[in-house]
Design a protein around this ligand. Sequence first.
Ligand code: HEM
Length: 162
Amino acid sequence: MIRKRLGELSMSEVKAKTPHGEMTIDQIAEIQPGMAAIMKEVGDRFTQTYYAAKGGNWKLAAYHLNQLRSAFRTAKMTRPKFADDLTAFDKDYLLPIFKAIHDQDWKAFEAEFKKGETGSDVYHDKRGYPHIRYVLPKEPPSNLYLGPPEGFKRGPGHEASG
Ligand code: HEM
């Protein structure tokens, strides 16, 4: 039998094998995260960014914001119809927050973060989700130490004291 060359195979014929079974490339693409899953990550990272900055752990704040921006990049690939909005939000709201983190300027950070909150309302409205409103949790939900890294010590029971 003459085997088809890879270029002649349709993507749904190309299969990946695991010990559990086979999946076509199309099926693998289908299960990549969509907006609901990605936005859960975005909301969580936004909160973590806030509390890390508030605690004075600016490197951790930058880390969380970078993860948020990386989630945006994934969304642009898996849901391209949102790409322009995500790019605009990144430029208009996330980069100014990033700058405040870089400058370690809490006042500027708080002001830009608030703009980001209302900015997310604008985009949720635009996309038909007026019932979705990001709100900052009252308590930091982090299981990561939020103070300046040099202030971190483990107590005898492994609790953190800073
Ligand atoms: C920092 C900015 C943003 C935050 C914190 C945020 C947060 C959220 C949260 C928490 C959800 C609900 C997720 C869930 O629990 O199921 C959501 C949904 C959603 N967001 Fe955002 N969002 C932001 C920016 C944006 C932007 C710029 C867009 C523009 C495309 C957008 C589009 C959406 C859409 C379409 C949904 C509904 C997803 C679905 O159910 O399919 N968001 N967002």
